[in-house]
Design a binder for this molecule. Structure first.
Ligand SMILES: *Cc1c(COP(=O)(O)O)cnc(C)c1O
Length: 364
């Protein structure tokens, strides 16, 4: 089977060598040596001023919303993974959806101001497939209306905008280190915050609110990552250059072979260094998408409909009229992309897609 993605597995000896350290230390969690080392490595690699690694990429969203959302209205995107909206509702805030750019697929910042009310506390936007939101314009709007900005950067590991890590933008940014993401710790994530005071609040929030063993700063939850997860991260980390270059090769191959007359792909924000995290194709309509999906599935190739349905259709939110997101969600498909995907497989995927599109044009 060719899935949409496969977790990168470092050589088992590299993983067990890291796990051995946890055994030698007899220390499995609570920010041990491996977690601290991984944080230092990632901080330097990403070029961020501050990082806290966590047990997944959802708890950072919840912590950010707990601290900044304050139960208010959160302006957000309907085109993201469900965790973005679910975290808002979970933290007793109200999602207010703003439509997306049809090409960039990120929140359309020109539509944000129209939905701001006196209950709005934050903007929570996703750097979709690693493509940055218009961070400068969002910052301008947030400043003007005294709002906080949170970025769901689950896909954005290693992305730079204007020469700076994308995680340096906004009041808080998050990332996911889930097994399917570009860099992973099996389960894990990170939270980034430049403001030392807020970073301190985030820190104690992720550790039950502890201020030493017998005192508490305030309310907290358990967002800690274990040494065993950090061991996976430390084993994956030295392979990042290979991971990135292999994925770039695959994407270049797709771009060469696909027939762009009847499909397109995501447009990236100018002045961005992108991370080759996903390869979405936008088809003319849902009918062609379903046909392509059927033809590929028959050959045991399984692309994924990221993200369908758009989040404004979730059963626990108020429906919004964000028609661009609803429409794009119906005709976007992420193609297989992982280290080890072979050229003959990519070629086959491209040929099947091109010929299915050709046939659908002839029969229309
Ligand atoms: C993967 C993902 C998350 C959640 O991350 P986990 O580590 O699985 O909790 C949140 N937002 C987006 C956009 C994601 O793709």
């Amino acid at each position: 089977m060719i899935p949409v993605t496969k977790s990168f597995l470092p050589p088992i000896e590299e993983y067990t060598a890291q796990v051995q350290r946890a055994y030698d230390n007899n220390w499995l969690t609570n920010r041990g040596e491996l977690v601290l080392e991984l944080e230092e490595k990632l901080k330097a690699y990403l070029g961020v001023s501050n990082i806290l690694i966590t047990n997944n990429g959802t708890i950072p969203l919840q912590i950010a919303l707990k601290l900044l959302g304050k139960g208010g209205e959160i302006i957000t995107t309907p085109f993201s993974y469900v965790a973005t909206t679910a975290a808002i509702v979970w933290e007793n805030c109200t999602p207010v959806f703003v439509d997306i750019h049809p090409e960039y697929l990120t929140i359309d910042e020109t539509k944000i101001e129209a939905v701001i009310t006196d209950k709005t506390t934050c903007i929570l936007a996703t750097h979709v497939f690693g493509n940055p939101c218009n961070v400068e314009e969002i910052e301008r709007i947030a400043k003007k209306h005294n709002l906080k900005v949170i970025y769901d950067g689950a896909h954005a590991f290693g992305v730079q905008y204007k020469g700076k890590s994308i995680f340096e933008y906004g009041d808080i940014s998050t990332c996911s280190f889930h097994a399917t993401k570009l860099f992973h710790t099996a389960e894990g994530g990170a939270i980034f915050c430049k403001d030392p005071e807020l970073a301190n609040q985030i820190y104690y929030s992720h550790n039950f609110g502890h201020n030493g063993p017998l005192e508490f700063h305030g309310l907290g939850i358990n967002g800690k990552i274990s040494e065993l997860q950090a061991a996976m991260g430390l084993a994956v980390f030295p392979n990042m250059e290979t991971i990135l270059s292999e994925r770039k090769k695959i994407i270049d191959f797709y771009k060469r072979e696909l027939d762009y007359d009847f499909l397109s792909t995501q447009r990236h924000l100018e002045e961005t260094i992108w991370n080759n995290s996903y390869f979405p194709v936008l088809l003319e309509n849902e009918k062609i998408l379903l046909e392509i999906e059927r033809v590929l599935n028959e050959e045991d190739i399984c692309p994924r409909r990221y993200f369908y349905p758009s989040l404004n259709h979730l059963p626990y939110v108020t429906e919004s009229n964000t028609s661009i997101a609803s429409e794009i969600a119906k005709r976007i498909l992420c193609l297989p992309l992982y280290v080890g995907l072979e050229e003959h497989s990519i070629l086959k995927i491209c040929q099947l897609i091109n010929s299915t599109i050709q046939k659908s044009i002839v029969t229309c």
